[in-house]
Design a protein around this ligand. Structure first.
Ligand SMILES: NC(=O)c1ccc[n+]([C@@H]2O[C@H](COP(=O)([O-])OP(=O)(O)OC[C@H]3O[C@@H](n4cnc5c(N)ncnc54)[C@H](OP(=O)(O)O)[C@@H]3O)[C@@H](O)[C@H]2O)c1
Length: 243
């Protein structure tokens, strides 16, 4: 598979390593110095573009690929408000798009666990819920996209929770998310249900970026030659390639 890496920072480099190990070719590497090359993308030379840049450039980068009918796997977090328009463009240009707030297989299993626990806890209103995430200090968005996904999963299961909020709150209908920035920390997420009697916590800790990179390459392999909008659930659970 011929891959274009849009964003050749910490994640782009980790993805390159894994992709080469899997026998893929990196045919283009883009960072802010050569972003003008996105005007000349060739859909016959690129099977999938993998985009990991920053929240201010992600939409434009993804749109440029979709317009050339190049399928895109996107990991950039913090630009959720624009994703609807990107999904419309995916249909308009009859191509494929997959975005995930977290590509790690472990975190995607953790998402399933979070949903299951939220479902079990939905009627136990004596428990308060808190989400805590810890990331390295270069991370631009807070809370993390993963923490937001975890909160949204809980809200979908628990009628008494209406929103999430960055920081503490006294409003019991809101899930507070604490975002800690310290080095080194590839990413830790913890959900705690607390009552006066006991606490129940689930926690995922990434040890390095390889899990995200492997998941992004798996997603690229999955999306190649497909049309439509996909999620990591499609990659990990529906085609049964891993489980
Ligand atoms: N979904 C997941 O599983 C997951 C996992 C980890 C990280 N992330 C997210 O992925 C994103 C990237 O993380 P990272 O740690 O790799 O960041 P990073 O090390 O800062 O790398 C960002 C890269 O994007 C490039 N870039 C910046 N502006 C650009 C533009 N306008 N056009 C093209 N390239 C541009 C940078 O180039 P220069 O160096 O030249 O500026 C750099 O190569 C972040 O949003 C992060 O939160 C997601």
């Amino acid at each position: 598979m011929n891959i274009a890496l849009i964003g050749y920072g910490k994640m782009g480099k980790a993805i390159e390593q894994i992709a080469l190990q899997q026998g893929h070719h990196i045919v283009l590497k883009i960072n802010s110095n050569n972003a003008d090359q996105l005007d000349h993308l060739d859909k016959y030379a690129i099977d999938v573009a993998i985009e990991f840049t920053n929240p201010s450039s992600a939409k434009e980068n993804v749109m440029r690929c979709l317009k050339k009918q190049i399928p895109v796997v996107c990991g950039t977090t913090g630009w959720k408000e624009h994703i609807g328009s990107v999904e419309l463009a995916t249909a308009q240009y009859n191509t494929a798009f997959l975005i995930a707030s977290n590509f790690s297989i472990g975190v995607n299993l953790f998402f399933e666990l979070n949903s299951y626990l939220a479902n079990l806890m939905q009627n136990h209103t004596d428990y308060t819920i808190q989400i805590k995430e810890t990331h390295h200090t270069e991370k631009k968005d807070a809370p993390s996209g993963t923490a937001i996904s975890l909160a949204e999963q809980i809200i979908a299961q628990n009628e008494s929770k209406k929103h999430w909020h960055l920081g503490a709150t006294n409003d019991n209908t809101i899930i507070p998310i604490e975002a800690i920035r310290q080095d080194p920390a590839p990413g830790t997420h913890e959900i705690t249900y607390s009552s006066s009697i006991d606490d129940i916590s689930i926690k995922h800790t990434a040890h390095n970026r390889n899990g995200f990179a492997l998941g992004a390459v798996l997603a690229a392999e999955f999306i190649q030659n497909k049309k439509g909008i996909f999620t990591m659930k499609d990659v990990l659970f529906k085609n049964n390639s891993l489980f």
